[in-house]
Design a protein around this ligand. Sequence first.
Ligand SMILES: O=P(O)(O)OC[C@H]1O[C@](O)(CO)[C@@H](O)[C@@H]1O
Length: 243
Amino acid sequence: MNIIRAENYSEMSQLAAKKLIEQVNEKSNSVLGLATGSTPEGLYEEIIKEHKAGNVSFKDVTSFNLDEYVGLNKENDQSYYYYMHHLLFNHIDIDSGQVNLPNGDANDLQEECNSYEKAIKQADGIDIQILGIGLNGHIGFNEPGTPFSMQTHVIDLDESTRQANARFFDSIDDVPTQAITMGIDTIMQSKQIILLVSGSQKAEALDKLVNGPVTEDFPASILQKHANVTIIADQDALSELSE
Ligand SMILES: O=P(O)(O)OC[C@H]1O[C@](O)(CO)[C@@H](O)[C@@H]1O
């Protein structure tokens, strides 16, 4: 794993934007895997800035997001559909027909998972996947104990994940109990992975990801087995990393 040390959140976001923009400028029809949560917000701000400065175009790009809450429709301001459109897609020239998120409001969730997985394969896989990490080691919404062999599936959210994400909702009762997420196998098939980590509260998770055993009890540990992973972390997140 390649580890890039950033001074702070802002530098982490700039370095990540640079990598993603390089990818798109090299291959205009890149397939991007995108993440939500607090961590990539700065990355999306940087991308918008660079796009507005004329340094990158997304008109031929396809995107697939990692996950979506079950039961929230697209208009719900807590859905990841809403997040992605408001924080990124509405501000760049990506074709709205080329952006993909799982539909957490689908009648048949299993069918939705199957067709999402199929769409990724039909796009010839993900060129570059952006990841954050949960405090419990989740990537996407693959909670501890999720088999590494899983493809896109419905997951019951850990109570700790619901608590961690409650900050975005009016109350913990409003946090969905399930999500659709790309599986670990789906994520591992990405050609390149960029994982962003910021803040001292993620320091222990980062150390476990890099130095701990590869185990389904800590899903992010599987990244040790991927051939092309870059971790971009800020000083606070790096504070517990044993060399
Ligand atoms: O960046 P945050 O908000 O700490 O979230 C960490 C991870 O949790 C998720 O938001 C899912 O809970 C992931 O998409 C994200 O990478």
